[in-house]
Design a protein around this ligand. Structure first.
Ligand SMILES: C[S@@+](CC[C@H](N)C(=O)[O-])C[C@H]1O[C@@H](n2cnc3c(N)ncnc32)[C@H](O)[C@@H]1O
Length: 274
């Protein structure tokens, strides 16, 4: 996923930056993600969850947060890319204490084929499953998730959409020490395939261009719910974000819903149960 062809000038802030550090700081909020997972699990199940599998784990940041939370939590992360897993080992797993490190394992492999110990929770976050471009491909992945879950397990995914989602646009966000830029570089309405890029810009004017690139399909919520059901999940719920009455912005609280607002851009969770 590293498409970084435009090498920044030596000594510049961009040249000294680590794209995984920037990604974790600007894209991920693993504390909020695990808060949602723990709260939702507690509302749906009587017994605490033990084993979490993070699919498309990248640097395994979320899996590390899971093992930090409780002494009985165990995790494994699955990703195709050996280099990104190695980065995760050297940075995120290294920051765990030895007892926590003993409860986490990283597997280099394909999430459509991985066979491992049955998990209580499987995660597919930051829309990574959008990388499957056909219904058959997405169903094959969801079927493997179902096969990897305990009977009482829960599959958590996120999704995004809204009327700005299929637009070609650039969206900068100030992250303090750098600017994160999300670019929807191309969208084809005939097959819903799009190319999205992440760039980072620094106060000295240097830029990490195309630090990450994604060629994926903009799946809609009805499609995702239908394919989960076709894959054998019996209960599929969309958790929609509530609105803060004062600011009229999202309040960070996601609850099961059957009606959402026609916002320009939204992110939600999908919770699928066997
Ligand atoms: C968008 S990143 C997700 C990072 C992280 N999960 C997050 O929440 O931000 C996508 C990751 O999926 C991995 N990946 C893509 N296809 C995969 C597959 N079929 N099996 C396992 N990993 C895959 C890539 O190597 C990349 O690290």
């Amino acid at each position: 996923m590293n498409d970084s062809k435009n090498t920044p000038p030596p000594g510049s802030m961009a040249a000294r930056a680590d794209r995984h550090v920037l990604y974790q700081a600007s894209v991920q909020d693993v504390e909020a993600e695990i808060d949602f997972i723990e709260e939702t699990w507690a509302s749906l199940r009587g017994e605490p969850a033990t084993l979490l599998r993070e699919d498309f784990c990248g640097t395994a940041n979320t899996a590390c947060e899971w093992v930090r939370r409780q002494p009985w939590h165990e995790a494994f992360g699955v990703d195709l890319d050996g280099a990104v897993l190695q980065w995760g080992r050297a940075h995120n797993l290294e920051s765990l204490n030895p007892e926590q490190q003993a409860r986490i394992r990283l597997i280099q492999g394909d999430v459509c084929e991985v066979r491992a110990e049955l998990a209580d929770i499987i995660l597919a976050m930051n829309f990574s499953y959008f990388l499957f471009l056909t219904r058959d491909g997405l169903r094959r992945y969801f079927e493997n998730v179902l096969a990897g879950l305990k009977d009482e397990g829960i599959f958590f995914l996120d999704a995004y959409g809204g009327y700005e989602a299929p637009m070609e646009l650039e969206e900068p966000r100030d992250c303090g020490e750098f600017t994160y830029i999300w670019e929807q570089a191309s969208f084809n309405p005939i097959d819903s395939l799009m190319t999205c890029l992440i760039h980072f810009e620094f106060p000295d004017g240097s830029r990490l261009d195309r630090a990450f690139s994604y060629h994926w399909r903009l799946w809609t919520l009805p499609e995702i719910q239908e394919i989960l059901k076709e894959s054998g999940f019996r209960q599929v719920d969309v958790y929609w974000e509530g609105t803060d009455e004062e600011s009229n912005e999202g309040n960070g609280i996601y609850e099961p819903a059957t009606m959402g607002d026609a916002d320009p851009g939204w992110v939600c969770y999908v919770v699928a149960q066997p």
